[in-house]
Ligand binder design. Structure first.
Ligand SMILES: [Zn+2]
Length: 278
């Protein structure tokens, strides 16, 4: 089985109005700007299942299910994402041409994708670093590091950085530089609110964090680890990049990364490692 091009998925989503699709399974009742029904995913007496034609999403306030038209078909028909895509394609007469795995063209494509990902990581590391060195909004991060004895030279040597506490700072920066949404999603630097929906909103994965670049054997940046600047309830103190074509979470890498953190901490006498690592 091959992969379905994202343009095809977007085309299928655009052609399948969610109200029509769900309305073909069971009746929906108009309620203001939305539509309502008894939820098919849990037992209820008053309708809390809502379909929004404006957002092209569904949501149940009773059991919490929700998402795009693809998510609905997946949940209702108990099928995986590609099957839901094919069903909805057939419904509107779109032919799904899957690109096959293997072959020289695909290898070239993978190499090119890898090259772009490396470039994006290198540039993002530089951007995070410049933020930490110069930006006004990074002043609390500079103070934090200063208090822990991590001074300019260490920050430069390890190319430490800062991710602004905003939902779209990196996203805007990267889009301005010509990176595309699929490339950004593949890098793990941004996240999608609904992975089954190619039109879902995307946002910065790393927010309000001191950034540690993670390198491969030849010194290329392949991932990041971000330490939360202000502790928040429910937020992980350290957040790493997800697995990507560049980054497989192996023990070696993780070990290297940890020793780097330790180096930063122990590199300066009088620093309490707990204060920084913990
Ligand atoms: Zn429900």
């Amino acid at each position: 089985m091959g992969t379905i091009p994202s343009e095809t998925i977007e085309q299928i989503a655009a052609a399948n109005d969610i109200v029509e699709v769900i309305g073909s399974y069971f009746p929906l009742k108009r309620a203001g700007a939305n539509y309502k029904a008894l939820c098919p995913f849990h037992q209820e007496k008053t309708p809390s299942f809502t379909v929004s034609p404006g957002r092209q999403t569904f949501h149940c306030f009773g059991c919490g299910v929700g998402g795009s038209v693809f998510r609905f078909v997946m949940d209702y028909e108990h099928v995986d994402f590609p099957s839901a895509v094919r069903k909805l394609a057939a419904r509107v007469g779109i032919t799904v041409v899957e690109t096959s795995r293997g072959g020289a063209a695909e290898e070239d494509q993978q190499r090119e994708a890898r090259r772009l990902l490396l470039k994006l990581h290198a540039e993002a590391a530089e951007w995070f670093h410049n933020n930490l060195m110069k930006a006004q909004f990074a002043a609390p991060a500079r103070d934090y590091l200063e208090q822990r004895g991590i001074h300019g030279q260490i920050i430069k040597n390890w190319q430490l950085g800062f991710a602004p506490d905003r939902w779209d700072a990196l996203l805007k920066w990267a889009l301005d530089r010509g990176y595309t949404r699929p490339q950004l999603l593949q890098s793990g630097l941004v996240k999608s609110r609904d992975e089954s929906d190619t039109r879902s909103e995307i946002y910065d994965r790393f927010r309000g964090r001191i950034m540690f670049p993670i390198h491969n054997d030849v010194g290329e940046v392949i991932a990041f680890s971000g330490r939360l600047l202000k502790d928040e309830e429910g937020a992980a103190k350290y957040l790493n990049s997800p697995e990507t074509p560049l980054f497989r979470k192996g023990n070696v890498l993780f070990g290297l990364h940890k020793s780097k953190r330790a180096l930063i901490v122990y590199g300066k006498s009088g620093t309490n490692p707990q204060a920084f690592c913990g």
